[in-house]
Design a protein around this ligand. Structure first.
Ligand code: SAM
Ligand code: FES
Length: 343
């Protein structure tokens, strides 16, 4: 397939090519997109799938993103915070299950001062020197990012959400800005974090132009990780009545990102598993190479609800871990006990 080979070789795409790949119903072309993307992932990472243990440690947030179920204005959200000891016990449980990356994710919660975050990171670093520590706690100052890095954090996930200014303003209140978010991402890279950006597929007001901007931003930033998953409405947000992003478009975009940025660490997200029972398997088959089972304590699982109908909210960490392994083995892939760094 000439088009797919061209994108793969140039590691670049025109907007016309993107529109074509996202709208075509030519099954031969779509099969070629998927199998080529998967072959590229295989050539870099083989049949190994990296697992990250996700610890959702707070659902308090000072931001008010219109799409997000834990936004500050959602008075229905049942708020919680994990203590340092609870977080460390999630890590111990995860370590015993073979996780070598811990992802600490939360709303932007000022209760966790920089001192508190550094104390948590330092404790994880000294208890698990062979593990990677990923933070996903939003927009902070350069000084804060530097302190977390010095304390032992290796990676940082901060989805840019959309690289189109006008679109960004339709998803966020005026106090948030795309330029600030992009600057945070550039700062994170400069400090030396393995950095992840990303966006939701099918978020309200998303256009082909904005998706093209997203891809161009990925090419410019050259992040080590890209997180994409479908937008899914949450009933207590301003976007409650908006349609979810589709499985098909998410899979096509996963493949395109793999072709544009062959070495990227690309998760098949929980949101993808939420819109289709085999969404994560299909994500891997489309070129993803990471899955992020949940390590949060069961009693808070059902409270970190970014969107409706989230899966795995009642499961123990071990259940999720082995469920994921079975799912991956079922499609011929191997879940590995490895930090899973960018190659
Ligand atoms: N507060 C941190 C931040 O802003 O980066 C991390 C937590 S935030 C909830 C993690 C990601 O969840 C966001 O970057 C967003 O893309 C995703 N998300 C939020 N609401 C969502 C929804 N309704 N559907 C799908 N993904 C959503
Ligand atoms: Fe802050 Fe969603 S609005 S995590």
């Amino acid at each position: 397939m000439q088009l797919i080979d061209e994108i793969k070789t140039k590691q670049n795409i025109t907007e016309d090519q993107l529109v074509h790949l996202l709208t075509t119903e030519d099954e031969t072309l779509l099969t070629s997109l998927k199998t080529t993307a998967r072959a590229v992932a295989d050539s870099v990472y083989g049949n190994q799938i990296f697992i990250r243990g996700l610890i959702e440690f707070t659902n308090y947030c000072k931001n008010d993103c219109y799409y997000c179920g834990i936004r500050r204005s959602n008075m229905q959200a049942d708020r919680y915070r994990l203590t340092e000891d609870q977080i460390l016990s999630c890590c111990q449980n995860g370590y015993d299950l073979g996780f070598r990356t811990f992802v600490l994710q939360g709303g932007e919660d000022p209760w966790y001062t920089d001192d508190k975050i550094c104390a948590i990171v330092s404790r994880i670093r000294s208890s698990y020197p062979d593990c990677a520590i990923t933070l996903s706690i939003g927009e902070k100052s350069e000084e804060s990012y530097r302190r977390f890095f010095t304390a032992g954090a290796d990676r940082y996930l901060l989805r840019h959400e959309t690289a189109d200014d006008e679109h960004y303003r339709k998803l966020h209140p005026a106090e948030m800005s795309l330029s600030h978010r992009k600057n945070c991402l550039r700062t994170l890279k400069r400090i030396g974090y393995q950095t992840g950006c990303g966006f939701m597929v099918g978020s309200p007001f998303q256009t082909m132009d904005s998706l093209y901007e997203d891809l161009m931003f990925i090419l410019e930033l050259q992040p080590e990780m890209v997180g994409i998953g479908p937008f899914i409405p949450h009933k207590d947000t301003p976007f409650a009545d908006r349609p979810a992003g589709t499985l098909d478009r998410t899979l096509r975009l996963l493949s395109i990102i793999r072709l544009l940025h062959p070495h990227v660490l690309l998760p098949a997200t929980t949101a993808l598993g939420t819109i289709h029972p085999l969404g994560r398997e299909m994500g891997i088959q489309a070129g993803a190479n990471v899955v992020m089972p949940n390590l949060s304590p069961v009693d808070v699982r059902g409270k970190y609800l970014l969107y409706d109908n989230k899966i795995c909210t009642g499961d123990e960490a071990a259940e999720c871990r082995y469920c994921m392994q079975r799912r991956m083995e079922g499609i011929g892939y191997e879940v590995v006990t490895d930090r899973g760094d960018f190659r």
